[in-house]
Design a protein around this ligand. Structure first.
Ligand code: KIV
Ligand code: ZN
Length: 387
């Protein structure tokens, strides 16, 4: 499907807010500003810069980011509390374009245990917060915390009330990562079909990864009518994390038939992943999709043989497309003769099939003793053979 027929999905990055909540990932203003500039280059549409009322340092970070970014909408989080909203507005004021993100828990669990309140009172507090935020900007996003476990009928009442109060983006968080993809999709469809005035606003996915479903749920949410995804680089976030930006972007990119596109430059995905990992001192798991060290490594003989004949047999993405290093052929005791010949050839040894047949048993002997056969092992093997 050509890009002009596809619909845009807005990317709302919350690496500097939900991502930074991870223990050990806290950033100072300089570090936050540096990443904000990189995220703007990456092409995020909205950047959640922090939670200004939470500390003077976070106020300062949001304020500096608001002063610096050129095109990206800068967003600040608040609870449905007057002072939170006023402080967020003050921090965001210098931005070319800013959004206030305000909200409240809507599930019965949150209403009872967090707020000791009632459904009716929650609707009143939600609408009052949105009306107050609208005094500072016409770009107001409302979050219904724990929407994933909120009964759809009540959720639709809350959302209808906040749309009437002036909310322009409606965040439907699966705060605890509980939903299954078909349930999250159905929730978005229910809201699209039962909320009067919904066409004036954008529905947003905000999925946590407690069951490893954050990416699948976000894509399902888009298929159910959402047009914004909230996500973080490397999937950082509370507990098991948030939806990984690099994953949802590449899902929509790979499956163009779904009919969506984003503004993200995929070539910057690996560089920014490394930068976030370094600055937040949080390693990326090697098997992480798109940005993990092994995302483009091949180690079993069957895969290596296929890959060396035609890369597409075992790779759906060219690593250059996402700014990753070239694919790697890793030598282990599961590797075959083609991989051994390939790696020796890369070191300048042009061996015949017969040479490789002779070398292969000594290669396996080394491989059985080591996790990986390295370049120096190959050099030693070749030197002994060439004697
Ligand atoms: O997970 C969540 O519900 C949140 C909200 C504050 C948007 O992060
Ligand atoms: Zn969250």
């Amino acid at each position: 499907m050509s890009q002009n027929k596809r619909q845009k999905v807005f990317i709302f990055d919350t690496t500097l807010r939900d991502g930074e909540q991870v223990p050990g990932c806290k950033l100072n203003t300089k570090e936050k500003l540096e990443l904000a500039v990189r995220l703007e280059e990456l092409g995020v549409d909205i950047l959640e810069a922090g939670f200004p009322v939470s500390s003077p340092g976070d106020f300062e970070s949001v304020n500096q980011i608001a002063k610096t970014l050129k095109n990206t909408v800068v967003c600040g989080l608040s609870r449905a509390v007057q002072n939170d909203i006023e402080v967020a507005a003050a921090a965001l004021k210098p931005a070319k374009r800013f959004r206030i993100h305000t909200g409240i828990g809507t599930s019965d669990l949150h209403i009872k245990y967090k707020f000791n309140s009632t459904r009716e009172e929650i609707i009143e507090r939600a609408t009052a917060a949105v009306k107050l935020a609208r005094n500072f900007t016409d770009d107001v996003e409302f979050y219904a915390e724990d929407a994933g476990r909120t009964e759809n009928e009540f959720l639709a009442r809350v959302i209808e009330a906040v749309v009437k109060a002036g909310a322009t983006t409606l965040n439907i968080p699966d705060t605890t990562g509980y939903c299954l993809p078909y349930q999250y999709q159905a929730k978005m469809e229910y809201l699209s079909n039962h909320v009067a005035g919904i066409e004036k606003a954008i529905l947003s996915c905000h999925c946590h990864n407690d069951l490893g479903l954050a990416t699948a749920n976000s894509i399902a949410g888009v298929m159910g009518g959402a047009r914004q995804i909230e996500c973080t680089i490397n999937g950082l976030g509370e507990r098991a994390g948030n939806t990984a930006l690099e994953e949802v972007v590449m899902v929509l990119n790979q499956h163009k038939d779904l009919g969506y596109y984003t503004n993200i430059n995929p070539k910057l995905l690996n560089p920014i992943s490394h930068e976030v990992s370094e600055i937040m001192r949080m390693a990326v798991q090697p098997n992480k999709a798109i940005v993990g060290a092994n995302a483009f490594s091949h180690s079993s003989g069957i895969h290596q043989d296929g890959f060396l004949k035609e890369a597409q047999t075992y790779e759906i993405i060219n690593p250059a497309e996402v700014g990753a290093e070239d694919s790697k052929i890793v030598l282990t005791a599961r590797s075959g003769r083609s991989a051994l010949a390939h790696r020796l050839q890369k070191l300048g040894y042009q061996y015949t099939r017969n040479d490789i047949d002779i070398l292969y048993p000594s290669f396996l002997q080394i491989a059985d003793q080591k996790k990986e056969v390295k370049e120096e092992d190959l050099q030693a093997m070749a030197a002994a053979y060439n004697k």
